[in-house]
Ligand binder design. Sequence first.
Ligand code: WQD
Length: 326
Amino acid sequence: MLLEAGHELLVFDDFSNSSPIALDRVRELAGPAAAPRLQQMQGDIRNPKDLEQAFTKAPSGIDAVIHFAGLKAVGESVQHPMHYWDVNVNGSRCLLEAMQTHGCHTLVFSSSASLYGYPEAVPIPETAPIAPINPYGHTKAAVEQMLSDLHASSPDSWRIDCLRYFNPVGAHPSGRIGENPLGIPNNLYPFVSQVAVGRKSQLQVFGGDWPTSDGTGVRDYIHVMDLADGHLAALDCLLAEEPQLLTLNLGSGQGQSVLEMVQAMEAASGCSIPYAITDRRPGDAAISVADPSKAAQRLGWRTQRGLKEICRDGWAWQQQNPDGYT
Ligand code: WQD
């Protein structure tokens, strides 16, 4: 989408949880005229030398950074909290210092609804208390605090937007790029997809006695293409307006249950998805749904795609790439 909008891009990635093949496919989708505008560099966000190389590699400098470089598995963060604090928080500190050194003061940050913890009420507005319940959520809250302090130190310079994702799912409609979790998927959507394609035999539904319509957990699933649209809208807003610190929920505002997700994937794939209802997963909340009205008001952005499109596009990716990027 950034290439289609005419931007010059440098993707900086350590490829610890992604594949360079994905970037080859992005170039393929963008077409031969746009492909040269996508440069890439393998590096570690915690290594100032790598960051220095990135900022000097771009011939006309870096105008803005969209910061996705972080670890994001809740369960893994509980097992290895110091690794999460190092990559997500120390890594962000190194990036921000490199941005300051090179006079780059525009940042879109990939934050997360997991910093809300157990919501007091749903839908959840940006003003809801920040009360993370796992190291992953704590690191996202810590980076948001870092960004708030940085902006306060120089409010006439910094243009920052913290985007709090709810539950990103789906894939590019071409089926050429999509979610490719390493190992056993922690999240519902990739697990359901793998059951549909036959890589997993059965879904475990974590709890059937929640206070919801069908007793299973309810979440706000956002199509990854809507999420991408939200990033472009956030970037355009920062580049067009006065320096500011903006914090926005990116979600649909609609909740769907685990069983509704299973039914939608069965309809999209034509495959049955066997499941068994088991105990609740520690740390889960019953319901998590965004109040997306601030993003609508500040960016003119709302989700355009629902569960049907999410499962249609995710199934196309899963069917065409049953073993991910190989
Ligand atoms: C969704 C629902 C589970 C798996 C995550 C994390 C983090 C964030 C995305 C970025 C819940 C149920 C799940 C399974 C199940 N990423 N479930 N069986 O926990 O809402 O939050 O959101 O910030 O990764 O915060 O997502 O997909 O793990 O769970 O029944 O095998 O599916 O109980 O109700 P979650 P999830």
